[in-house]
Design a protein around this ligand. Structure first.
Ligand code: CP
Length: 319
């Protein structure tokens, strides 16, 4: 694997999932694979799970890891080509990325969208500039439109727990939130579940919360959450801001919060969320504190997803 910024970089994600589950059983089975290699984890935005799970994964493979909070500790980076840097940005990615590529063998990067300009965000300028100029494999730690390590984890979690000999029904449901959030997790989950094609997949959201069809094509889309929840085996709860009229909050209707009563419509569904979650806004206490909640299992699986991807990147580097 040469980079990991979307599901298209995983030529065979069933084998990535199988490898992740092997690491879950035996975390140190490839403890020397990354010996002598160094990974840089660059954060332009906050993180808990991605930062820690990727560091643990890299260390399980024997790599050295340095975390750099670029957004907090580094110079403000410029990403636009031909920018006249007379404003707040101090260093261009054309200088920064190749230098970081000399310091590190693999770079992980987290960059959130602005939610102000759809074209800019959906061009994935930031991560693509790193791909273009760093000269080393780039791993997305969540980008403007996608969160592939999260989605791989989500499929691992679904596949390791669903033991019935039929296709699971998976529902991605929009939830209320107090802030305008990116579409990344919802886009990415849709992209991966559709690419897997091993599930019946429904997306439920209020009117005007349509996601980009390039990610959702193949899913059943409805504005009726109760209808969608019927017979669901997995319910993935996530807020996102509007895509068409970009980055807006049109509603905060609390009726869309997943509650115990709503879960009763499902086939004893397991509840998923990428975290962090706003309790009693997105998901009720009683759901999060119940046995139906898979959120801790999901977050713990982040280590094995990252380890599987990093191992494939190391193979790509000849290790
Ligand atoms: N789910 C996720 O990416 O969590 P963090 O933002 O804490 O990394």
């Amino acid at each position: 694997m040469k980079k990991f910024i979307s599901c298209h970089d995983a030529s065979d994600f069933q084998s990535l999932i199988a490898k992740a589950l092997e690491y879950k059983n035996n975390p140190l089975k490839d403890a020397t694979q990354g010996k002598g290699k160094r990974m840089g984890l660059l954060f332009l935005n906050p993180s808990m799970r991605t930062r820690l799970s990727t560091e643990i994964a890299a260390k399980n493979l024997g790599m050295d890891v340095i975390v750099f909070n670029v957004g907090q500790d580094g110079w403000a980076l410029e990403f636009e080509d031909e920018a006249i840097m007379s404003g707040s940005t101090v260093e261009h990615v054309k200088e920064a990325a190749p230098i970081l590529g000399k310091y590190f063998d693999i770079l992980g990067i987290r960059t959130f969208p602005s939610l102000k300009n759809k074209e800019d965000d959906y061009s994935e300028l930031y991560i693509n500039q790193f791909v273009k100029y760093a000269g080393v494999p780039i791993v997305s730690l969540e980008s403007a439109t996608l969160h592939p390590l999260q989605s791989l984890t989500d499929l691992i979690t679904i596949q390791e727990t669903f033991k019935e000999k039929r296709r699971p029904k998976i529902v991605l449901t929009w939830a209320p939130h107090v802030k305008a959030l990116p579409q990344c997790v919802a886009n990415s989950f849709s992209q991966w579940v559709n690419a897997w094609s091993g599930a019946d997949f429904t997306i439920a959201h209020p009117e005007d919360y349509e996601l980009d069809t390039k990610f959702t094509k193949g899913a059943t889309i409805t504005h009726h959450q109760d209808e969608a929840l019927k017979n669901a085996d997995f319910v993935y709860v996530k807020n996102w801001s509007t895509f068409t009229d970009y980055g807006k909050i049109y509603t905060n209707d609390p009726e869309w919060m997943l509650t115990k009563e709503k879960l009763e419509l499902t086939n004893k569904a397991k509840v998923m969320h990428c975290l962090p979650v706003r309790r009693n806004v997105e998901l009720s206490d009683e759901v999060l504190d119940s046995a139906a909640s898979f959120v801790t299992l999901q977050a713990s699986n982040r280590v094995w997803a990252a380890q599987s991807v990093l191992s494939e990147i190391l193979i790509g580097l000849g290790h």
